[in-house]
Write a protein that binds this ligand. Structure first.
Ligand code: ZN
Length: 347
């Protein structure tokens, strides 16, 4: 930041009054592209958040480079989904004593659901998203400490992450149960988080509070418009059975009323076993379904399933935005791309 300020001073053109406000903007670090996008929208012209996940990497099993881990020491704020999504960041944060955290999944008002819950709950999507707290009652057991800003001590409750930390390729201890962390795929959560992000940034940088609030409001308006557009796009294909690559789509399907028939890999995107493959083949032979590869995973498995069952795979889905250029626009681009691909296959 000091570098940028001295650069501006030498270029003279910037009014001196804007400098103190800029100097307050801290380093904000984010975990995955959709979260980075939401934070970038709220920060607007005041600064750029950093994104830890590298392009095309598996969000569940990524490993930070040592320089990235060291860089967390200087972060003023870390905005992330939580340890259920990115156990690698949880481990790195344990070594950092200073960073404030905003854990979105655990935050109050976030709609949370378990893996496999799509269609099993009355989501209230038609009613216009007013029910942010709508599934709270059944999910207390998953609350990883609503104290999302664990300043000291970092009690991350490692016992109940649902992830096998030792190795993501063997499936010991992991199944299609437990809290599903892919909560950003419910745009109602994204909208709620815009407000939380603005509040957290304002708490640390009160001089710019009005700007954060205005940016969040604008982002929310954009999101509401996009949500309506996507709902219309997906309405005709609600009953088409969809087979997806990894168990990431429960929130998206729940919000838009889609039918996920099966996922090839489980919620942490580890490779499936032979028994599960045999079950999938039987399901795919049963009737017309859409079979989706995923952007950052080897398409071989999907190609083999397609060949064995005579299906043509649909376009690839990218639920973690891993192949979209990071930035403020990514969140909307990610949702629109997914909806378009699903609608194209299922119509
Ligand atoms: Zn995932």
């Amino acid at each position: 930041m000091r570098y940028i300020i001295s650069l501006l001073l030498t270029s003279v053109a910037v009014p001196a009054l804007t400098l103190p406000a800029m100097a307050e903007v801290q380093r904000v670090v984010t975990d995955i592209p959709p979260v980075h996008s939401l934070v970038a929208q709220v920060m607007g012209d005041l600064g750029q958040p950093e994104l830890l996940l590298e392009k095309g990497a598996n969000a569940h099993s990524f490993q930070l480079r040592p320089s990235q881990a060291a860089g967390l020491q200087e972060a003023g704020l870390v905005v992330w989904i939580g340890p259920e999504m990115t156990p690698w960041l949880d481990r790195a944060l344990e070594a950092v004593s200073s960073a404030k955290e905003l854990r979105l999944l655990a935050a109050e008002g976030t709609f949370r659901q378990d893996f496999g819950a799509e269609g099993a709950h009355d989501h209230g999507a038609e009613a216009g998203h007013e029910g942010h707290g709508r599934a709270e009652a059944g999910h207390e057991g998953h609350d990883h400490g609503t104290e999302e800003k664990a300043e000291a001590g970092h009690d991350h409750a490692h016992d109940d992450h649902g992830h096998d930390e030792a190795g993501h390729d063997d499936h010991a201890g992991h199944s299609h149960t437990g809290l599903d962390p892919h909560a950003w795929l419910d745009p109602a959560n994204a909208g709620h988080w815009l407000g939380l992000i603005a509040a957290e940034l304002s708490a640390q940088d009160p001089e710019n509070a009005a700007i954060y609030a205005a940016n969040a409001e604008k982002a929310q308006a954009d999101l509401t418009a996009l949500d309506g557009e996507i709902a219309a796009l997906l309405a005709p294909v609600k009953d088409k059975p969809l087979v997806v690559f990894h168990d990431a789509y429960g929130y998206f399907a729940g919000h838009y009323g889609l039918t996920i028939a099966a996922s090839i890999a489980e919620g942490d995107a580890a490779n499936p076993g032979a028994k599960h493959i045999a079950e999938l083949e039987a399901l795919l032979r049963e009737g017309p379904v859409c079979l989706f590869p995923e952007a950052n995973h080897d398409p071989k498995l999907v190609a083999q399933l397609a060949e064995a069952t005579g299906l043509t795979p649909a376009g690839a889905l990218d639920p973690e935005g891993s192949f979209i250029e990071p930035g403020a626009a990514l969140y909307g681009q990610m949702l629109r791309a997914m909806a378009t691909t699903i609608a194209d296959c299922a119509k």
